[in-house]
Design a protein around this ligand. Structure first.
Ligand code: ADP
Ligand code: ZN
Length: 657
């Protein structure tokens, strides 16, 4: 799922860049506009200080009393008035102009404006002015000059423009500098927290995993009805840790808990917390819990908690940032009030690296194991995912479940979808059994690689190699069908052919004999090459690597060698991923371990070769059939070994095409 997200993210980033460039252009335009407007408004509205016809107020009053004034226009800050003599003069001028111009009725000359004077009124109200004006027959009127808007336009607006453009500019610059939101806003809610008010997922969507569901049941009940618990004084765990291999449905389970309890679901990945800057992760943790508290009761889901919760005393040297983030997480876990109903679920596939402090009582003290599904779990998962898919009548999900031993829920979900796509590609209305089986191979081994041309000789080599594996496996297990499929059709993932082994159901313990027969099976391919063609091919590289690793584990970890007995020589480093381990012994001992491993490999090799020599006829028969068909099922192989016609074999209910 992660892989799918990568291209999306990239395209998003591309989009952001474009927007930013547009933003830059816009800001430049705004700044230019602001400057222009400032200049314009400034020149328009600055009061003219040198008014040529301004007279003192006293002069104005005197002229009124002397009957010199014809009219006055008053406003709160300025009186504009016209003298009688000027008015007269203007009228006369107008008349003479009209007389001189014969076309005046059609083209009247411009009106001649009389000369005007201005004066500034007293700030003390002149109560006698109006009676005085009336007495001396002066026309007067009052105009409201909108001083507020003038003032605003001339004095305030430019600053507003400037301020806005500054803000935009700063935001643009800080965006460019890596989206940190400026120095003041470091880490402020930048982490990708996904909140779903309603997840819409319920336990019905999670197939199998009954024990996990049972453990989570209590949490749901608590979210529904916290009173019931607090009354007695019971404290519920604040967090639970979901542990299991990738794709087993941990996220799905967490969502289902939120869905069942009908509360919001916050999800964040541990890797989102870890940033380059010290303190960012911690502040994100704080933000996350603050946000969650607002929507309580709710579920916080932290995926990949091992990225922040790694043991602090690990050998790689400290990572300040991660430590701070972890400390903050611990503080939040301790700090929040459990009666509020914020429950933290965390998922990991590497519980052994987690800091002990995280696992202490009151924190993630509940560990819920989410296992790989067994047969019935796989069947249930297939049923859940085929709910909305039209299935043909020949589909037998039970048989698909048998064939997919070792697959996790995500594989099965993928398988069903691939099958549906294949059905569409072939123009069918429903998914049939063959679609499901073919897509199983695609999910496990990658799509068939068309166009790789193998020579006849190569094909033969590969066929014998693969049958070698299968035969050694079946002969060691009392004729039990050991493989589900053998193919010599090249698949994308680099293998030329492969044999799909069926892991035994419900087997938790491996005996020493099991391990030895596994090693022999792995070496069976190489033995067949040697026996039939007297040669060795590079195709066995992966087999050899795996066989050697098993032998090494047998000696160093399982304490099964004669030489060292039950002495542990290595420790597991990550159990749920690839089961890696590290040797913890002296160099001398390590050399002896190598010697033991070599002996085991040699013994197993000889024994595998012995098995093939004994069953040479079967080897030839199955290899010939495989060469003809290119892909055969375990059931067909067993038919040959039993001397039946492989064409009648029951191939998981699919009709061979
Ligand atoms: P994880 O978080 O353990 O890596 P997810 O919860 O993301 O795995 O699972 C990925 C997908 O696999 C889910 O979206 C779901 O479609 C499918 N899946 C996994 N387990 C189950 C299950 N038990 N029942 C139904 N679907 C499952
Ligand atoms: Zn092989």
């Amino acid at each position: 799922m992660n892989q799918n997200n990568v291209p999306n993210n990239q395209s998003n980033q591309g989009g952001n860049k474009n927007n930013r460039n547009k933003g830059a252009f816009g800001i430049v335009t705004i700044v230019l506009w602001a400057i222009l407007l400032t200049l314009l408004l400034g020149s328009l509205f600055t009061p003219q200080s040198s008014d040529a016809n301004a007279v003192p107020y006293s002069t104005f009053r005197q002229w009124v009393t002397e009957d010199k004034v014809a009219s006055v226009t008053m406003s709160s800050s300025k009186f504009t008035f016209v003298l009688l003599e000027d008015k007269q003069a203007a009228l006369e001028q107008q008349e003479t102009a009209q007389q001189r111009n014969p076309l005046s009725p059609f083209f009247p000359p411009a009106e001649v404006k009389p000369k005007t004077y201005t004066t500034t009124p007293l700030s003390i109200e002149d109560e006698q002015l109006i009676p005085l004006l009336t007495e001396h027959n002066v026309e007067y009127e009052y105009t409201e000059e909108s001083t507020f808007w003038l003032f605003f336009a001339a004095q305030i607006l430019p600053y507003v423009f400037l301020a806005v453009s500054m803000v935009l500019l700063f935001r643009f610059i800080s965006n460019k500098m890596g989206g940190m939101g400026g120095i003041g806003g470091v880490g402020k809610a930048n982490a990708k927290v996904y909140v779903e008010k309603k997840t819409g997922v319920t336990f019905a969507d999670v197939a199998g995993q009954d024990e996990a569901k049972e453990s989570l049941e209590e949490i749901i009940d608590f979210l529904h009805n916290p009173g019931k618990y607090t009354e007695i004084g019971a404290k519920l765990p604040k967090g639970a840790l979901l542990v299991g291999s990738p794709g087993t449905g941990k996220t799905l389970l967490a969502k289902a808990v939120a869905g069942e309890a009908n509360v919001p679901f916050f999800s964040i990945s541990g890797s989102d917390f870890v940033e380059m800057f010290v303190g960012v992760g911690a502040s994100r943790v704080r933000d996350l819990f603050k946000e969650a508290a607002k929507l309580a009761p709710c579920i916080i889901f932290i995926d990949e908690i091992d990225t922040i919760g790694k043991s602090r005393d690990n050998r790689m040297g400290g990572n300040d940032e991660r430590e701070q983030t972890l400390n903050q997480l611990l503080a939040e876990l301790d700090g929040f009030d459990p009666t509020k109903g914020v429950i933290v679920l965390a998922a990991t596939n590497r519980p052994e690296v987690l800091d002990k402090a995280l696992l202490r009582p009151g924190r993630f003290d509940r560990r819920i194991t989410v296992d790989r599904p067994n047969l019935s779990g796989r069947l249930a998962t297939l049923q859940v995912h085929t709910r909305n898919i039209r299935l043909a009548e020949d589909v037998d999900l039970k048989k698909i479940a048998q064939a997919t031993a070792g697959c996790v829920g995500a594989d099965l979900a993928n398988l069903v979808n691939e099958a549906a796509l294949r059905a569409v590609r072939h123009g069918r209305q429903a998914v049939n059994q063959q679609d499901l089986l073919t897509s199983f191979e695609m999910v496990i081994a990658g799509a068939e690689k068309k166009g790789t041309v193998l020579t006849e000789k190569e094909k033969k080599l590969i066929a014998y190699h693969e049958v070698g594996h299968a035969l050694v496996a079946s002969k060691q297990k009392d004729d039990v069908m050991p493989v589900s499929k053998i193919t010599i059709v090249p698949h994308v993932q680099g293998t030329l052919g492969y044999t799909l082994h069926l892991p035994e159901e419900e087997k938790f313990l491996m005996t020493k004999e099991d391990l030895y027969s596994e090693i022999r099976t792995l070496l069976g391919g190489r033995c067949a090459e040697e026996l039939v063609f007297e040669t060795k091919t590079s195709g066995a590289a992966n087999d050899i690597e795996r066989a050697t690793e098993l032998a090494r584990k047998l000696v160093a970890m399982f304490g099964m060698s004669d030489k060292f007995g039950a002495m542990g020589l290595a420790t597991v480093q990550n159990q749920y991923l690839d089961g890696g381990y590290g040797l913890t012994c002296a160099q001398d001992t390590a050399a002896q371990v190598d010697e033991e491993v070599r002996k085991i490999i040699e013994d197993c090799h000889n024994e595998a070769r012995g098995i093939l020599e004994e069953n040479r006829a079967d080897l030839d028969a199955v290899a010939a059939y495989l060469l003809e068909k290119e892909t055969i099922t375990g059931q067909e192989m067993m038919a040959i070994l039993h001397g039946d016609d492989p064409a009648n074999a029951d191939n998981y209910g699919a009709n061979p095409q």
